[in-house]
Design a protein around this ligand. Structure first.
Ligand SMILES: Nc1ncnc2c1ncn2[C@@H]1O[C@H](COP(=O)(O)OP(=O)(O)O)[C@@H](O)[C@H]1O
Ligand SMILES: O=C(OP(=O)(O)O)[C@H](O)COP(=O)(O)O
Length: 404
Protein backbone atom coordinates (compact mmCIF):
# COMPACT_ATOMS: atom_id res chain seq x y z
CA UNK A 1 0.00 0.00 0.00
CA UNK A 2 1.60 3.33 -1.05
CA UNK A 3 2.20 5.79 1.77
CA UNK A 4 1.37 9.48 1.96
CA UNK A 5 4.36 11.72 1.41
CA UNK A 6 5.18 15.31 2.30
CA UNK A 7 3.59 16.28 -1.01
CA UNK A 8 0.21 15.02 0.20
CA UNK A 9 -0.11 17.24 3.28
CA UNK A 10 0.02 20.90 4.18
CA UNK A 11 3.25 21.57 6.03
CA UNK A 12 3.77 25.30 5.58
CA UNK A 13 4.49 27.06 8.85
CA UNK A 14 4.28 23.75 10.73
CA UNK A 15 6.91 22.21 12.98
CA UNK A 16 7.91 19.00 11.21
CA UNK A 17 9.90 16.26 12.94
CA UNK A 18 11.93 14.48 10.25
CA UNK A 19 13.61 11.16 11.09
CA UNK A 20 16.69 10.99 8.90
CA UNK A 21 19.45 8.39 8.81
CA UNK A 22 22.57 10.44 9.51
CA UNK A 23 24.36 7.30 10.73
CA UNK A 24 27.38 8.27 8.65
CA UNK A 25 30.95 6.99 8.87
CA UNK A 26 33.14 9.25 11.06
CA UNK A 27 36.88 9.46 11.56
CA UNK A 28 38.96 11.33 14.06
CA UNK A 29 41.11 14.01 12.40
CA UNK A 30 43.28 16.35 14.48
CA UNK A 31 41.26 15.55 17.59
CA UNK A 32 37.85 16.21 15.99
CA UNK A 33 35.36 13.77 14.49
CA UNK A 34 34.62 14.38 10.81
CA UNK A 35 32.18 12.81 8.34
CA UNK A 36 34.04 10.63 5.83
CA UNK A 37 31.08 9.87 3.58
CA UNK A 38 28.16 12.30 3.33
CA UNK A 39 25.92 10.26 0.99
CA UNK A 40 23.20 9.77 3.60
CA UNK A 41 23.13 13.50 4.38
CA UNK A 42 23.11 14.56 0.71
CA UNK A 43 20.30 12.12 -0.06
CA UNK A 44 17.97 13.91 2.38
CA UNK A 45 18.39 17.29 0.63
CA UNK A 46 15.38 16.92 -1.70
CA UNK A 47 13.14 16.41 1.36
CA UNK A 48 14.78 19.14 3.41
CA UNK A 49 14.81 21.68 0.58
CA UNK A 50 11.16 20.92 -0.18
CA UNK A 51 10.20 21.49 3.47
CA UNK A 52 12.30 24.66 3.67
CA UNK A 53 10.78 26.06 0.47
CA UNK A 54 7.29 25.36 1.82
CA UNK A 55 8.14 27.31 4.98
CA UNK A 56 8.08 24.34 7.35
CA UNK A 57 10.07 24.52 10.60
CA UNK A 58 12.32 21.52 10.32
CA UNK A 59 13.44 19.42 13.29
CA UNK A 60 15.76 16.52 12.45
CA UNK A 61 16.21 13.39 14.55
CA UNK A 62 18.66 10.57 13.87
CA UNK A 63 20.81 7.95 15.50
CA UNK A 64 24.53 7.54 14.91
CA UNK A 65 26.37 4.34 15.75
CA UNK A 66 25.36 2.08 18.60
CA UNK A 67 25.99 4.09 21.79
CA UNK A 68 24.12 1.66 24.08
CA UNK A 69 21.55 4.07 25.52
CA UNK A 70 23.85 6.69 26.98
CA UNK A 71 25.68 9.78 25.70
CA UNK A 72 29.04 9.21 24.01
CA UNK A 73 30.76 12.30 22.58
CA UNK A 74 32.40 10.15 19.87
CA UNK A 75 28.93 9.30 18.54
CA UNK A 76 27.52 12.82 18.61
CA UNK A 77 25.64 14.12 15.57
CA UNK A 78 27.57 17.41 15.69
CA UNK A 79 29.90 16.50 12.77
CA UNK A 80 26.81 15.72 10.67
CA UNK A 81 25.33 19.12 11.55
CA UNK A 82 28.44 20.89 10.25
CA UNK A 83 28.19 18.89 7.01
CA UNK A 84 24.46 19.59 6.66
CA UNK A 85 24.94 23.30 7.19
CA UNK A 86 27.57 23.32 4.37
CA UNK A 87 25.27 21.39 2.06
CA UNK A 88 22.21 23.56 2.76
CA UNK A 89 24.28 26.73 2.64
CA UNK A 90 22.65 28.05 5.80
CA UNK A 91 23.04 27.83 9.57
CA UNK A 92 21.58 24.82 11.33
CA UNK A 93 20.70 24.91 15.03
CA UNK A 94 21.55 22.03 17.38
CA UNK A 95 20.08 20.76 20.66
CA UNK A 96 22.31 18.72 22.99
CA UNK A 97 19.50 16.29 23.83
CA UNK A 98 16.71 15.06 21.56
CA UNK A 99 14.08 15.72 24.25
CA UNK A 100 13.79 18.06 27.25
CA UNK A 101 13.65 21.80 27.76
CA UNK A 102 16.44 22.83 25.41
CA UNK A 103 15.04 20.80 22.51
CA UNK A 104 11.55 22.16 23.22
CA UNK A 105 12.52 25.81 23.41
CA UNK A 106 14.75 25.56 20.31
CA UNK A 107 11.96 23.82 18.39
CA UNK A 108 9.42 26.47 19.43
CA UNK A 109 11.84 29.28 18.49
CA UNK A 110 12.22 28.03 14.89
CA UNK A 111 10.96 30.38 12.18
CA UNK A 112 9.59 29.24 8.81
CA UNK A 113 12.32 27.48 6.79
CA UNK A 114 14.74 27.13 9.70
CA UNK A 115 16.40 23.83 10.65
CA UNK A 116 17.22 22.29 14.03
CA UNK A 117 19.09 19.00 14.54
CA UNK A 118 18.54 17.01 17.74
CA UNK A 119 21.36 15.05 19.37
CA UNK A 120 21.60 11.27 18.79
CA UNK A 121 18.30 9.60 19.77
CA UNK A 122 20.23 6.47 20.83
CA UNK A 123 21.70 8.41 23.75
CA UNK A 124 18.38 7.37 25.35
CA UNK A 125 17.96 3.68 26.21
CA UNK A 126 14.25 3.96 25.32
CA UNK A 127 14.94 4.53 21.62
CA UNK A 128 15.82 0.96 20.65
CA UNK A 129 13.08 -0.41 22.94
CA UNK A 130 10.49 1.66 21.07
CA UNK A 131 9.63 3.26 24.40
CA UNK A 132 6.28 5.07 24.14
CA UNK A 133 7.25 7.80 26.61
CA UNK A 134 10.29 8.73 24.50
CA UNK A 135 8.19 8.64 21.32
CA UNK A 136 5.63 10.93 22.97
CA UNK A 137 8.29 13.39 24.14
CA UNK A 138 9.71 13.53 20.61
CA UNK A 139 6.24 14.04 19.17
CA UNK A 140 5.67 17.02 21.48
CA UNK A 141 8.35 18.95 19.59
CA UNK A 142 6.36 18.96 16.35
CA UNK A 143 2.99 18.89 14.60
CA UNK A 144 3.83 16.45 11.81
CA UNK A 145 6.20 13.45 11.58
CA UNK A 146 8.10 12.60 8.41
CA UNK A 147 10.14 9.43 8.07
CA UNK A 148 12.94 9.84 5.53
CA UNK A 149 15.30 7.36 7.22
CA UNK A 150 15.12 4.46 4.78
CA UNK A 151 18.38 3.06 6.19
CA UNK A 152 16.67 2.62 9.60
CA UNK A 153 13.21 1.65 8.36
CA UNK A 154 13.79 -1.98 9.41
CA UNK A 155 14.06 -0.84 13.03
CA UNK A 156 10.91 -0.53 15.19
CA UNK A 157 12.31 2.17 17.46
CA UNK A 158 10.76 5.25 19.15
CA UNK A 159 11.95 7.69 16.48
CA UNK A 160 11.43 5.40 13.48
CA UNK A 161 8.02 3.94 14.32
CA UNK A 162 6.67 4.72 17.82
CA UNK A 163 6.41 8.46 17.24
CA UNK A 164 3.89 7.83 14.45
CA UNK A 165 1.35 6.88 17.15
CA UNK A 166 1.30 10.49 18.30
CA UNK A 167 1.52 12.59 15.10
CA UNK A 168 0.25 12.54 11.52
CA UNK A 169 3.00 10.49 9.86
CA UNK A 170 4.10 10.59 6.22
CA UNK A 171 7.09 9.57 4.16
CA UNK A 172 9.90 11.81 2.94
CA UNK A 173 11.12 11.89 -0.65
CA UNK A 174 14.20 9.71 -0.09
CA UNK A 175 12.08 7.03 1.57
CA UNK A 176 9.65 7.24 -1.36
CA UNK A 177 12.48 6.95 -3.93
CA UNK A 178 14.14 3.98 -2.22
CA UNK A 179 10.92 2.03 -1.77
CA UNK A 180 9.79 2.66 -5.33
CA UNK A 181 13.11 1.61 -6.87
CA UNK A 182 13.91 -1.37 -4.71
CA UNK A 183 10.39 -2.71 -4.71
CA UNK A 184 9.89 -2.42 -8.46
CA UNK A 185 13.31 -3.66 -9.51
CA UNK A 186 13.57 -6.55 -7.10
CA UNK A 187 10.06 -7.92 -7.35
CA UNK A 188 11.02 -9.96 -10.44
CA UNK A 189 14.77 -9.56 -10.83
CA UNK A 190 16.36 -10.55 -14.12
CA UNK A 191 18.39 -13.75 -13.62
CA UNK A 192 20.97 -14.86 -12.71
CA UNK A 193 20.31 -12.88 -9.53
CA UNK A 194 23.41 -12.65 -7.34
CA UNK A 195 23.33 -11.32 -3.77
CA UNK A 196 26.65 -10.41 -2.11
CA UNK A 197 26.68 -10.19 1.67
CA UNK A 198 29.48 -9.03 3.91
CA UNK A 199 30.20 -6.51 6.63
CA UNK A 200 30.28 -6.77 10.38
CA UNK A 201 26.60 -6.77 11.43
CA UNK A 202 26.55 -10.55 11.38
CA UNK A 203 23.75 -10.96 13.93
CA UNK A 204 21.40 -9.03 11.63
CA UNK A 205 22.51 -10.42 8.31
CA UNK A 206 23.07 -14.11 8.91
CA UNK A 207 19.33 -14.57 9.52
CA UNK A 208 18.54 -12.89 6.21
CA UNK A 209 20.37 -15.55 4.16
CA UNK A 210 17.74 -18.16 4.86
CA UNK A 211 14.98 -16.17 3.20
CA UNK A 212 17.20 -14.90 0.39
CA UNK A 213 17.79 -18.55 -0.54
CA UNK A 214 14.21 -18.49 -1.86
CA UNK A 215 14.96 -15.52 -4.13
CA UNK A 216 18.55 -15.54 -5.35
CA UNK A 217 20.39 -17.84 -7.76
CA UNK A 218 23.72 -17.24 -6.05
CA UNK A 219 24.64 -15.91 -2.62
CA UNK A 220 28.22 -14.78 -2.12
CA UNK A 221 29.41 -14.42 1.44
CA UNK A 222 32.37 -12.29 2.44
CA UNK A 223 33.17 -10.03 5.41
CA UNK A 224 32.74 -11.03 9.02
CA UNK A 225 30.21 -13.80 8.59
CA UNK A 226 32.27 -15.80 6.10
CA UNK A 227 34.46 -17.41 8.77
CA UNK A 228 31.58 -19.33 10.37
CA UNK A 229 30.76 -20.78 6.93
CA UNK A 230 34.41 -21.56 6.21
CA UNK A 231 34.74 -23.40 9.54
CA UNK A 232 31.71 -25.55 8.67
CA UNK A 233 32.31 -26.15 4.95
CA UNK A 234 36.10 -26.30 4.73
CA UNK A 235 36.64 -27.71 8.23
CA UNK A 236 39.38 -25.16 8.87
CA UNK A 237 40.17 -23.39 12.12
CA UNK A 238 39.59 -19.65 11.92
CA UNK A 239 41.83 -18.21 14.66
CA UNK A 240 40.24 -15.18 16.28
CA UNK A 241 38.24 -14.11 13.20
CA UNK A 242 34.69 -12.82 13.79
CA UNK A 243 32.67 -15.79 15.02
CA UNK A 244 29.97 -16.73 17.53
CA UNK A 245 28.85 -20.30 18.27
CA UNK A 246 25.23 -19.07 17.86
CA UNK A 247 25.94 -18.41 14.19
CA UNK A 248 26.86 -22.03 13.42
CA UNK A 249 23.34 -23.55 13.35
CA UNK A 250 22.07 -20.62 11.27
CA UNK A 251 24.94 -21.00 8.81
CA UNK A 252 24.47 -24.79 8.68
CA UNK A 253 20.75 -24.36 7.94
CA UNK A 254 21.66 -21.98 5.10
CA UNK A 255 24.20 -24.45 3.70
CA UNK A 256 21.58 -27.24 3.76
CA UNK A 257 18.84 -25.08 2.26
CA UNK A 258 21.14 -23.85 -0.51
CA UNK A 259 21.78 -27.49 -1.50
CA UNK A 260 18.07 -28.29 -1.39
CA UNK A 261 17.06 -25.20 -3.41
CA UNK A 262 19.90 -25.54 -5.91
CA UNK A 263 21.25 -22.10 -4.97
CA UNK A 264 24.98 -21.53 -5.32
CA UNK A 265 26.44 -20.47 -1.98
CA UNK A 266 29.93 -19.12 -2.54
CA UNK A 267 32.27 -18.56 0.38
CA UNK A 268 35.87 -17.34 0.42
CA UNK A 269 38.66 -19.87 -0.07
CA UNK A 270 41.49 -17.67 1.21
CA UNK A 271 41.97 -14.65 3.46
CA UNK A 272 44.23 -11.79 4.39
CA UNK A 273 45.04 -12.36 8.04
CA UNK A 274 46.64 -10.25 10.75
CA UNK A 275 47.99 -10.84 14.24
CA UNK A 276 46.76 -7.47 15.57
CA UNK A 277 43.80 -5.28 14.61
CA UNK A 278 42.95 -1.88 16.07
CA UNK A 279 39.96 -0.46 14.21
CA UNK A 280 39.98 2.94 15.94
CA UNK A 281 43.66 3.51 15.27
CA UNK A 282 43.19 2.06 11.75
CA UNK A 283 46.14 -0.24 12.34
CA UNK A 284 46.92 -3.86 11.56
CA UNK A 285 49.89 -5.82 12.90
CA UNK A 286 51.75 -8.24 10.66
CA UNK A 287 49.63 -9.38 7.69
CA UNK A 288 49.79 -12.26 5.19
CA UNK A 289 47.55 -14.21 2.80
CA UNK A 290 46.62 -17.78 3.65
CA UNK A 291 46.75 -20.49 1.02
CA UNK A 292 43.55 -21.96 -0.44
CA UNK A 293 41.41 -23.69 2.21
CA UNK A 294 44.21 -23.19 4.73
CA UNK A 295 43.44 -22.71 8.43
CA UNK A 296 43.96 -19.37 10.13
CA UNK A 297 46.49 -19.80 12.96
CA UNK A 298 45.59 -19.13 16.61
CA UNK A 299 45.95 -15.46 17.47
CA UNK A 300 45.39 -14.36 13.85
CA UNK A 301 42.18 -13.11 12.27
CA UNK A 302 40.77 -12.68 8.80
CA UNK A 303 40.37 -9.04 7.76
CA UNK A 304 39.83 -9.41 4.01
CA UNK A 305 39.18 -12.00 1.35
CA UNK A 306 42.22 -13.22 -0.60
CA UNK A 307 42.99 -13.16 -4.36
CA UNK A 308 41.57 -16.64 -5.09
CA UNK A 309 38.26 -15.66 -3.46
CA UNK A 310 38.19 -12.46 -5.50
CA UNK A 311 38.63 -14.52 -8.70
CA UNK A 312 35.84 -16.90 -7.69
CA UNK A 313 33.42 -14.12 -6.76
CA UNK A 314 34.25 -11.83 -9.71
CA UNK A 315 33.63 -14.67 -12.17
CA UNK A 316 30.16 -15.22 -10.70
CA UNK A 317 29.37 -11.50 -10.66
CA UNK A 318 30.36 -11.21 -14.35
CA UNK A 319 27.59 -13.67 -15.28
CA UNK A 320 24.83 -11.95 -13.29
CA UNK A 321 21.94 -9.92 -14.66
CA UNK A 322 21.01 -8.48 -11.26
CA UNK A 323 23.41 -7.89 -8.35
CA UNK A 324 22.50 -6.71 -4.86
CA UNK A 325 25.47 -6.03 -2.60
CA UNK A 326 25.47 -5.18 1.07
CA UNK A 327 28.48 -5.37 3.35
CA UNK A 328 32.19 -4.93 2.57
CA UNK A 329 34.37 -8.01 1.97
CA UNK A 330 36.89 -6.89 4.58
CA UNK A 331 38.07 -4.02 6.72
CA UNK A 332 38.26 -1.63 3.77
CA UNK A 333 38.83 1.41 6.03
CA UNK A 334 42.47 0.24 6.36
CA UNK A 335 44.44 0.33 3.10
CA UNK A 336 46.14 -3.04 3.60
CA UNK A 337 42.79 -4.84 3.99
CA UNK A 338 40.79 -2.87 1.38
CA UNK A 339 41.80 -4.77 -1.75
CA UNK A 340 39.14 -7.51 -1.64
CA UNK A 341 36.31 -5.01 -1.27
CA UNK A 342 37.68 -2.71 -3.97
CA UNK A 343 38.25 -5.61 -6.38
CA UNK A 344 34.66 -6.79 -5.91
CA UNK A 345 33.45 -3.20 -6.40
CA UNK A 346 35.36 -3.15 -9.71
CA UNK A 347 33.86 -6.49 -10.71
CA UNK A 348 30.32 -5.30 -9.95
CA UNK A 349 30.88 -2.03 -11.83
CA UNK A 350 32.41 -3.88 -14.81
CA UNK A 351 29.20 -5.82 -15.41
CA UNK A 352 27.49 -3.08 -17.39
CA UNK A 353 24.84 -5.51 -18.66
CA UNK A 354 23.46 -6.08 -15.16
CA UNK A 355 21.36 -4.04 -12.80
CA UNK A 356 23.69 -3.41 -9.87
CA UNK A 357 22.40 -2.21 -6.52
CA UNK A 358 24.67 -1.31 -3.62
CA UNK A 359 23.22 -0.61 -0.18
CA UNK A 360 24.47 0.28 3.29
CA UNK A 361 26.36 3.12 4.93
CA UNK A 362 29.77 1.47 4.76
CA UNK A 363 29.25 -0.38 1.48
CA UNK A 364 28.38 2.87 -0.29
CA UNK A 365 31.44 4.52 1.21
CA UNK A 366 33.55 1.60 -0.04
CA UNK A 367 32.17 1.80 -3.57
CA UNK A 368 32.79 5.55 -3.63
CA UNK A 369 36.32 5.05 -2.31
CA UNK A 370 36.89 2.46 -5.03
CA UNK A 371 35.91 5.17 -7.54
CA UNK A 372 33.14 3.19 -9.25
CA UNK A 373 29.98 4.67 -7.70
CA UNK A 374 28.97 6.24 -11.02
CA UNK A 375 29.12 2.83 -12.73
CA UNK A 376 26.50 1.08 -10.57
CA UNK A 377 22.78 1.28 -11.30
CA UNK A 378 21.45 2.29 -7.89
CA UNK A 379 22.98 3.38 -4.61
CA UNK A 380 20.73 2.75 -1.63
CA UNK A 381 21.19 4.42 1.75
CA UNK A 382 20.01 1.22 3.44
CA UNK A 383 21.90 -2.04 3.86
CA UNK A 384 19.88 -4.08 6.34
CA UNK A 385 16.73 -2.21 5.24
CA UNK A 386 17.17 -3.13 1.56
CA UNK A 387 17.88 -6.76 2.46
CA UNK A 388 14.75 -6.98 4.61
CA UNK A 389 12.71 -5.36 1.84
CA UNK A 390 14.16 -7.89 -0.57
CA UNK A 391 13.17 -10.69 1.80
CA UNK A 392 9.60 -9.46 1.49
CA UNK A 393 9.32 -8.18 5.06
CA UNK A 394 7.20 -5.18 5.96
CA UNK A 395 9.50 -2.50 7.34
CA UNK A 396 8.15 -1.10 10.65
CA UNK A 397 9.27 2.44 9.78
CA UNK A 398 7.14 2.28 6.65
CA UNK A 399 4.19 0.38 8.13
CA UNK A 400 3.75 3.17 10.71
CA UNK A 401 3.06 5.80 8.02
CA UNK A 402 -0.37 6.86 6.73
CA UNK A 403 -1.67 5.05 3.65
CA UNK A 404 -2.42 7.15 0.57
N1 LIG B 1 36.50 -9.72 8.42
C1 LIG B 1 36.06 -8.64 9.05
N2 LIG B 1 36.34 -8.47 10.37
C2 LIG B 1 35.91 -7.36 10.99
N3 LIG B 1 35.19 -6.37 10.43
C3 LIG B 1 34.90 -6.51 9.13
C4 LIG B 1 35.31 -7.63 8.38
N4 LIG B 1 34.86 -7.48 7.13
C5 LIG B 1 34.21 -6.30 7.07
N5 LIG B 1 34.23 -5.69 8.26
C6 LIG B 1 33.67 -4.37 8.64
O1 LIG B 1 32.29 -4.31 8.35
C7 LIG B 1 31.91 -2.96 8.44
C8 LIG B 1 30.66 -2.69 7.63
O2 LIG B 1 29.66 -3.60 8.02
P1 LIG B 1 28.11 -3.29 7.93
O3 LIG B 1 27.75 -2.19 8.86
O4 LIG B 1 27.46 -4.60 8.11
O5 LIG B 1 27.95 -2.77 6.42
P2 LIG B 1 26.97 -1.64 5.83
O6 LIG B 1 27.14 -0.38 6.66
O7 LIG B 1 27.41 -1.44 4.42
O8 LIG B 1 25.59 -2.21 5.96
C9 LIG B 1 33.10 -2.16 7.95
O9 LIG B 1 33.42 -1.19 8.93
C10 LIG B 1 34.23 -3.22 7.83
O10 LIG B 1 35.45 -2.78 8.36
O1 LIG C 1 23.68 1.89 9.08
C1 LIG C 1 22.56 1.37 9.12
O2 LIG C 1 22.29 0.15 8.60
P1 LIG C 1 23.21 -0.62 7.52
O3 LIG C 1 24.60 -0.77 8.10
O4 LIG C 1 22.53 -1.94 7.37
O5 LIG C 1 23.17 0.18 6.26
C2 LIG C 1 21.39 2.08 9.73
O6 LIG C 1 21.72 3.38 10.13
C3 LIG C 1 20.82 1.26 10.90
O7 LIG C 1 21.77 1.20 11.94
P2 LIG C 1 21.69 -0.03 12.98
O8 LIG C 1 22.04 -1.29 12.22
O9 LIG C 1 22.70 0.31 14.06
O10 LIG C 1 20.27 -0.09 13.50
Amino acid sequence: MPKKTIRDIDISGKRVLVRVDFNVPLEEKDGAMVVTDDTRIKETLPTLNYLIEKGARVILASHLGRPKGKPDPKQSLKPAVAKLSDLLGKPVAFADDCIGNEAKSKALALKDGEVLVLENVRFHAGEEKNDAALAKSLSELAEVYVNDAFGSAHRAHSSTAGVADFLPAVSGLLMEKELAYLHDELENPERPFVVILGGAKVNDKIEVINRLLDKADTIIIGGGMAYTFRKLVQGISIGKSLYKPDWEPIAQAAIDKAKKNGVKLLIPVDALITDAFDFDAKKLGETKYTGVNESIPDGWEGVDIGPESVKLFAEEVSKAKTVVWNGPMGVFEIKTSAKGTFDIAEAVAANSGAKTIIGGGDSVKAVKKAGVANKVTFISTGGGASLELLEGKELPGVAALQDK
